[in-house]
Design a protein around this ligand. Structure first.
Ligand SMILES: [Zn+2]
Ligand SMILES: [Zn+2]
Length: 259
């Protein structure tokens, strides 16, 4: 109301932050998280234009529920056969991009996520957030809180961070929503899902999650966040426990969709 009361950070403080950033960039020269090409020393970005251009965005038509893109380019979005036969517990799932991880066709996103998962490099969280693109595939208005798919504590201790939580933090910031990393917990360690068939995956995630703080979930519209969605068994099981804790609805947003 009163323009004179607008908050401005002190000049000196801004200068100190800028100087510290420059010093850090000097010690650790900024480079692209996808191709490792060098950036200018004052660069704030983590992914170069070439790598961003290689990311394949998912566009309509896709399944209105699980978001899987249809191969035919013509036609409208509708429910896929899988969602008709086995309706998921989430209302809708959307991913920003395709994820290809076959040996001969390694996408920028796949190598980035692989490094992010195993290289103990938290700055890749910012790189993944840049890969989401300017426009998120779900509207910001429809949610009360962002909940990342949790890691088991043993895994968290070993790796040091949860990439879904880093991505969730970036999405929460963009959507101006609270991030909740405490209400949904992984109660059982599950084996890595990469090499298993869909039935084994569904079986493995059963009872792997629980809601630790039901009062935080009750009546809330939850946006569940993960880095990659493969069969959807993990996010569907998370959605199941959130809905049984009386979440008003659960939508899913992942950076990538393995196809
Ligand atoms: Zn690059
Ligand atoms: Zn579907």
């Amino acid at each position: 109301v009163d323009g004179g009361l607008e908050f401005r950070p002190p000049r000196l403080q801004q200068c100190i932050v800028a100087a510290l950033n420059l010093l850090l960039n000097f010690i650790f020269p900024p480079s692209c998280a996808g191709c490792a090409s060098r950036f200018a020393i004052d660069a704030a970005r983590r992914v170069c234009d070439d790598c961003l251009a290689q990311i394949e965005r998912i566009e309509e038509p896709f399944c209105v529920s699980c978001g899987i893109p249809f191969e035919t380019q013509a036609g409208q979005s509708h429910l896929c056969g899988q969602c008709i036969d086995f309706p998921p517990h989430f209302t809708r799932a959307r991913s920003a991009a395709r994820y290809r991880a076959s040996a001969d066709e390694q996408s920028v996103l796949a190598s980035m996520i692989r490094r992010h998962k195993y290289a103990f490099d938290q700055s890749l969280g910012r790189a993944l957030a840049e890969c989401l693109g300017d426009e998120l595939p779900l509207p910001a208005g429809g949610y009360d809180l962002v909940v990342p798919v949790p890691l088991h504590r043993a895994r968290l201790r070993w790796r040091g961070f949860n990439q879904a939580a880093l991505l969730g933090a970036a999405i929460a910031r963009r959507m101006n929503l609270p991030l909740d990393v405490l209400s949904l917990v992984r109660s059982r360690h599950t084996p890595p899902q990469t090499e298993q068939d869909p039935d084994t995956r569904r079986h493995n995630v059963r009872k792997a999650f629980r809601v630790a703080r039901e009062d935080r979930i009750q009546g809330r519209r939850v946006l569940l966040v993960d880095d990659v969605m493969t069969t959807g068994a993990t996010v569907n099981e998370c959605a199941r426990v959130l809905v049984s804790a009386d979440a008003a609805r659960v939508d899913v947003l992942t950076l990538a969709r393995a196809l």
